[in-house]
Design a protein around this ligand. Structure first.
Ligand code: NAP
Length: 328
């Protein structure tokens, strides 16, 4: 028979949003569990150096992840390495997370902070040299490529916009696209074509990312999509923007989301399902940074605490909206 454990709050995903929510839930004296399939950190673990988290001018991604985790644990949050298969609201109003270990976690509220995953090219060297020249985030990593020659892959809004952004740092940016026209909006294309630091390489695919003896990216093997001829391109960075998928499979089809699958929330981070909050990269928002994830996690945990308080005293006026409250 499967084991069942009860909590006040289940948090799915231990990235910056989930761990911040866990810290605040713990400070509110809520019995909190964070369920994470891998190591805590989320996208922090794919980022070598963080230099845009206030108070930390320069910190390695894994180290900041550890600090987030130990901070949440200090306030009583429990972390369990579990792969959540489904997260459901049951007929009795409780949330139930079913995991592949067979353990069932039940709670009164749930916060989904499962992030998103950049779509991968799937070529040799891509995963191996992630953080060593391969990146999926221009804002996070652009500054490490001051004066470098780099490549951006893709032809959508993200690739075209980020190629332009990266010329703030890079000396030369090659934008490599598999077709002979972009799907990006015309205004972004105009900006791109006017930028003298950018050269577009059309009808071209990346076959391999190669590194030097130190394990740092120094060459890309390119293939012409029409002739299949291959050639080398010297580049010390490759930024891949071929799409991003929010990790919402565990609540597939249940909560309101946009056309890309990102969850819609209100200002309290509550989804269309009462008592289910969402924070960080998994939700619809302008930008996806460590700071915004931490902010979302804070709001979600405080709103969840107020939601629980309202459940305990149903006659009370709802206290969630616009109260600007602080945890104790
Ligand atoms: P996207 O629009 O899906 O574009 C992905 C691009 O990657 C396409 O050009 C596609 O080529 C290419 N691609 C896909 N798989 C590939 C592969 N295996 N190898 C090489 N190239 C590949 O994704 P996105 O640019 O991330 O944008 C996602 C959404 O966010 C869009 O709705 C976009 O409008 C929005 N967005 C908006 C802004 C903005 O308005 N400022 C900025 C960023 C994103 P094909 O064209 O040949 O299919």
């Amino acid at each position: 028979m499967s084991e069942s454990r009860d909590y006040d709050v289940i948090i799915v995903g231990a990235g910056p949003a989930g761990m911040t929510a866990a810290m605040y839930a713990g400070r509110s004296m809520l019995k909190t569990v964070v369920l994470e399939r891998g190591a805590s950190g989320g996208e922090l673990l794919n980022t070598e150096i963080i230099e845009d988290y206030p108070g930390f001018e320069h910190i390695e991604g894994w180290e900041l992840a550890q600090k987030f985790e130990s901070h949440a644990k200090k306030f009583g949050a429990e972390f369990q390495q579990e792969t959540v298969i489904t997260l459901e609201k049951m007929p009795d109003g409780a949330f139930q997370a079913t995991t592949d270990s067979g353990t069932i976690y039940r709670s009164k509220v749930a916060i989904i902070t499962s992030g998103g995953t950049p779509i991968k090219l799937g070529v040799p060297g891509e995963i191996e040299y992630a953080g060593k020249g391969v990146s999926y985030c221009a804002i996070c990593d652009g500054a490490f490529f001051r004066g470098h020659t780099i490549a951006v892959i893709g032809g959508g809004d993200a690739a075209v916009e980020e190629a332009d952004f990266l010329t703030r740092y890079a000396e030369k940016v090659y934008l490599i696209h598999r077709r002979d026209e972009f799907r990006a909006s015309k205004i972004l294309q105009k900006r791109l074509f006017e930028n003298p630091k950018i050269e577009v390489i059309w009808n071209t695919l990346v076959d391999e990312v190669q590194a030097d003896a130190q394990g740092l990216v120094h060459n890309l093997v390119l293939r012409d999509a029409n002739t299949h001829e291959t050639r080398n391109l010297a580049a010390t960075g490759i930024f891949i923007f071929i799409g991003f998928r929010p990790n919402t499979g565990i609540i597939e089809g249940h909560a309101d989301h946009d056309e890309m699958g990102y969850l819609r929330t209100d200002m309290n981070m509550e989804t269309s399902i009462k008592g289910l909050f969402a924070a960080g990269d998994v939700r619809v928002q302008l930008t996806r940074q460590v700071t915004t994830a931490a902010g979302d996690g804070t709001t979600a945990a405080i709103a969840a605490e107020k939601y629980l308080a309202a459940m305990r005293s149903p006659s009370d006026e709802p206290v969630i909206s616009g109260s600007g409250g602080y945890a104790v």
